[in-house]
Structure formats: structure tokens, C-alpha cells
Design a protein around this ligand. Structure first.
Ligand SMILES: C=C(O[C@@H]1C=C(C(=O)O)C=C[C@H]1O)C(=O)O
Length: 364
């Protein structure tokens, strides 16, 4: 094509795009008018603004309907922003996450709450729980488990201790970078990261640092590690590529995790939050059995799930600390909603030993 005709063609296409954008803008404004009315109804009834199960069903339905270039991840990315704008019109949201900026928890938070929400970076998982419990933040985001390294026990313990509910889960692939201002690996004396991140990058650390005298220093989050080494010579961090860029640290290696399928599960937590059934839910219980040191006590409890054909997806045992004995309490995730008859029956049967931590939409 001649340069002139290319220019004309480009102009025409851009004109079409402008006109489509106007229609999208008009439709989005119409949508927000409706959302505002939903918000007013909810306020009049004192009901909850954020409905993860409704948002999921919208994305499911639109994915089914989509016949064009939009795939599920694209639909999800666009609509998560639309939902976030909508919710903030209903009621402004402030979100606490395990910071500092650039942590994987921050990425998980933004994937669900968009660019419009207000964020609070907290120094520890406990302080995320505190800010939700005291309602300084409407929601908090915390890691719960990694599919290679298992549970984040701090979160498990705080779910038992604190007065919060699980609102939703978020699954996110996790890729680590090795970042340092050192020109040579042999100049590195200290490597900073979160404890669980070191364990996810064992092979890399063995390959490059075995037999070399470096100190491994665990800190509260991977982004804290990145921030720390930006001011400290002879150091390196295992962190996200976003954190490395944010704190201006050169990335020496990408994707250093042992497994390419490395992924972390996060919880959104909130105060007094109750989800309605979506038909595909999970529930979390904290269980304190009276005779946890006697034979069969856990077996008999789990038998109730087996009898009702309920699939348990995660179980952890944690120490009962204040009795001076070797007793355990249990953390349990399983398929189903507290309003399902079978789940409700178990809850009623063992009410004095169970803390219901939430029922939420199941992902993955
Ligand atoms: C508008 C609503 O509130 C929120 C916003 C939604 C939306 O933008 O579609 C969906 C669910 C809620 O998180 C609703 O409950 O329908």
C-alpha cells in the first residue's frame, strides 16, 4: 500500500475505535447507574456490598458467551476492574495487604481490587489481620499456602485467633527473580527473602551458592527483601520481578523457582462477612477436639465428612499452646458451603468444638 492510503486506512480504523469506545463508555456509565441502585438497596437492607460469587458467575457467563478474541483471562482482567470501580461507587474500599509494595500479596490484591481501590501496605501478616479486625481496612489479603512448600502457618494460626472471616480465595502463579546490585555473584555475602521463598528456590541456591559463604536472611516479605538490599552493598534478594524493578535492582536471573507450576493461594479476609451459596464453594473450619490426645478422636470427627461424601482439600494440625501438653487443634478446608445440609449437620453436631471461618467460592 502507498503511504497515503495506509494513513487513510489507519484514520478510518481509528475512527471506528473512537466510536466503539464512546459506546463502551456510554454502556459503562449506564451499568454504573444500575450498580448505584443496587448499592442503595444493599445499604437500606444493611447487606454486604462485595459479592464474589456474583462476580464469578458474571465472568463464567461472559466467558461462555464470548465468540470473539476475548479469552477468560482477558474477560477476567477487564471485568475485575469494572467490578472494583462499581464496588467503590457503592462504598469506597480500603485494602490491607502484606507489603511493602511489590509483594506477591500486593499483586494478588490488585488482581481482585483493581487500580481504583485504596491500599494499605502492612509490615506483617498479623498487622493485616489487625487492620481488618479493627476495621481500619475493609478487606485484607494474606497468603495461606504454596503448592510446593505447603502452609503459611502464621496465617493458619491467625485465622484461629482473630475475629475475621474468609471472603474469597485467590490463586496466583508465582515466579521468582534473583536481584542484586553486585556485578559478580562472588561479591554477594547476604541473600534476603521470605522463609517460604528460600525453600521454593532450593535448586537454584544449591547450584550457585553451595560451598560459598553466604548468609540467608529471612524477612517478612519478598518485597521487603528487595527494598532492604536497595540500600545494602554485597547483598541479593529473591523477590518478584515487579519488586526488583520498583526498587531499581538489576535482575540477574528470572524464574529461579524449583517448579514451573509454583503457585500460591491467598485469602481475602473481612469482618462479619457472609457469602451466599454459589453451588461450588469451599468452607474452612478450625477444630478443637476435646480429646485430641486420645486414640480415634480425629478419626471419628473426619468420619462425619466421609459419611456425607464431603471432600477435604486441606488439613493441618497446630499445637494447643496454653496447656503445657502436646495437644493439637486442626485447620480444615473442604468442599461445600455452611448452608449445605450436610455441612450444617456436622457444624451442629460439633458446634462447641468448631470455629467456622468462612464459606467462599471455590476456584481452580
Ligand atoms: C452490583 C453489585 O455489587 C458488586 C458489584 C458487582 C458488579 O459490578 O456487577 C457484582 C457484585 C458485587 O461485588 C451486585 O451485587 O450485583
Amino acid at each position: 500500500m502507498q503511504t497515503d492510503s495506509v494513513e487513510t486506512e489507519l484514520l478510518k480504523l481509528r475512527y471506528t475505535i473512537d466510536s466503539l469506545d464512546e459506546q463502551i463508555l456510554h454502556l459503562l456509565n449506564q451499568r454504573l447507574d444500575v450498580v448505584k441502585k443496587v448499592g442503595e438497596l444493599k445499604r437500606a437492607n444493611n447487606s454486604i456490598i462485595y459479592r464474589p460469587e456474583r462476580e464469578k458467575s458474571i465472568v463464567d457467563r461472559l466467558t461462555q458467551l464470548s465468540s470473539g478474541l476475548l479469552t477468560r483471562p482477558a474477560i477476567e482482567a477487564i471485568f475485575q476492574e469494572i467490578f472494583a470501580v462499581a464496588r467503590n461507587i457503592e462504598l469506597p474500599e480500603r485494602i490491607a495487604y502484606l507489603g511493602p509494595e511489590g509483594s506477591f500479596t500486593h499483586q494478588a490484591a490488585e488482581s481482585r481490587f483493581g487500580a481504583i481501590s485504596e491500599y494499605m501496605a502492612m509490615g506483617s501478616i498479623r498487622s493485616v489481620f489487625d487492620s481488618v479486625e479493627t476495621e481500619r481496612a475493609r478487606f485484607g489479603i494474606v497468603p495461606i499456602e504454596n503448592n510446593q512448600e505447603g502452609s503459611v502457618i502464621e496465617t493458619i494460626d491467625l485465622l484461629s485467633e482473630k475475629d475475621v472471616k474468609i471472603v474469597a480465595e485467590i490463586l496466583m502463579p508465582v515466579h521468582f527473580t534473583f536481584a542484586s546490585k553486585c556485578d559478580k555473584l562472588t561479591d554477594i555475602r547476604r541473600i534476603y527473602s521470605k522463609d517460604i521463598a528460600f525453600r521454593q528456590c532450593q535448586k537454584f541456591l544449591t547450584d550457585y551458592f553451595e560451598g560459598i559463604s553466604v548468609e540467608y536472611i529471612p524477612v517478612e516479605s519478598t518485597s521487603k527483601a528487595a527494598r532492604k538490599i536497595s540500600e545494602e552493598p554485597n547483598s541479593a534478594a529473591i523477590c518478584s520481578h515487579i519488586a526488583a524493578k520498583l526498587y531499581n535492582i538489576p535482575i540477574l536471573f528470572n524464574n529461579i523457582e524449583d517448579s514451573q507450576s509454583n503457585a500460591t493461594r491467598f485469602f481475602i479476609i473481612g469482618k462479619n462477612f457472609v457469602n451466599q451459596r454459589s453451588g461450588n464453594d469451599k468452607t474452612t473450619f478450625v477444630v478443637n477436639l476435646p480429646d485430641s490426645d486420645k486414640p480415634g478422636s480425629l478419626f471419628h470427627f473426619l468420619e462425619e465428612f466421609n459419611k456425607r461424601n464431603i471432600n477435604i482439600t486441606k488439613i493441618d494440625s497446630r499445637p494447643v499452646r496454653n496447656k503445657g501438653k502436646f495437644q493439637s487443634w486442626f485447620y480444615l478446608d473442604f468442599d461445600g458451603h455452611i448452608d449445605d445440609q450436610s455441612v450444617h449437620d456436622i457444624y451442629t453436631l460439633h458446634r462447641q468444638h468448631i470455629k467456622w471461618v468462612g464459606s467462599y467460592v471455590k476456584l481452580g
